[in-house]
Write a new protein. Structure first.
Length: 94
């Protein structure tokens, strides 16, 4: 049927999680941005880098964990800035 076997699928997932983890560690991008770049869901990215990656490469996983914590701390600031921009745009359009 052309589908991957379970072993191929797991190998593919391990390769993907390493690529995603390396990208996040190098660029400090968000999970959302990584999901867009790699064409998978945010849930898949998060699951890969928090559950699979630590078993595959502890060094990359540790670097990714630092980036995820930084992004989580900044999330409320980014949200506030987006809300401020939204209302400024609405005010300008009146």
């Amino acid at each position: 049927m052309g589908g991957l076997t379970m072993n191929e699928e797991m190998k593919d997932r391990k390769v993907r999680c390493k690529k995603i983890g390396k990208h996040i560690a190098e660029t400090s991008c968000t999970v959302r941005r990584a999901a867009e770049i790699f064409g998978v869901s945010k849930s898949t990215v998060y699951d890969d880098v928090t559950r699979v990656l630590p078993m595959e490469d502890e060094n990359i996983a540790a670097n990714v964990a630092v980036v995820l914590m930084k992004n989580k701390k900044e999330r409320c600031i980014r949200g506030g800035m987006a809300t401020k921009a939204k209302y400024a745009k609405m005010k300008a359009n009146k």
